[in-house]
Design a protein around this ligand. Structure first.
Ligand code: MG
Length: 159
């Protein structure tokens, strides 16, 4: 089959004293995401979607959070290395659709910057990437502002 689809999901807790980085974009906010790496939930979900599409396991297999090597790691590295693995197998991304779940901060004004960052990292035109922002409607861990989540779907093709 020349096409494959993959999905990825990630959630990280919001805490004080950390920068907020989503899709490789630093977003001014009073809190950031907790995690072993830079905790970029968007890049983790997209990386998992890519790995899933190519049946290459998950981000935890490749970059275990028990490995000190990945402490505070720039998650752009995870995405670009996963993409390189796909490229070696002849796969390339066709389009990416991302939904970010955050009560605060409001992300409407940074959606375009996140899209451009993801397009650059995936080496596809910006019109092949879509970023949507949802709140948690004030319920659950997202709605109470305790965490930010992301869901990603990617289509890849054999070139
Ligand atoms: Mg993660």
């Amino acid at each position: 089959m020349p096409f494959r689809v993959g999905s990825g999901h990630d959630t990280h807790r919001l805490v004080e004293g950390r920068p907020l980085i989503l899709g490789g974009v630093i977003i001014p906010h009073t809190k950031g995401l907790a995690g072993h790496s830079d905790a970029d939930a968007v890049l983790h979900a997209v990386t998992d979607a890519l790995l899933g599409a190519a049946a290459l396991g998950d981000i935890g297999d490749a970059y275990p959070d028990t490995d000190p090597k990945w402490k505070n790691a720039d998650s752009r590295l995870f995405l670009t290395e996963a993409l390189a693995k796909l490229n070696q197998l002849g796969w390339r991304p066709v389009n990416l659709d991302v939904t970010v779940f955050a009560e605060q901060p409001k992300l409407g004004h940074v959606k375009a910057a996140i899209r451009d960052s993801l397009a650059h990292l995936l080496n596809v035109p910006p019109d092949c990437v879509n970023v949507k922002a949802k709140t948690g409607e004030k319920v659950g861990h997202i709605g109470r502002g305790e965490a930010i989540g992301c869901h990603a779907v990617v289509l890849i093709e054999k070139s």
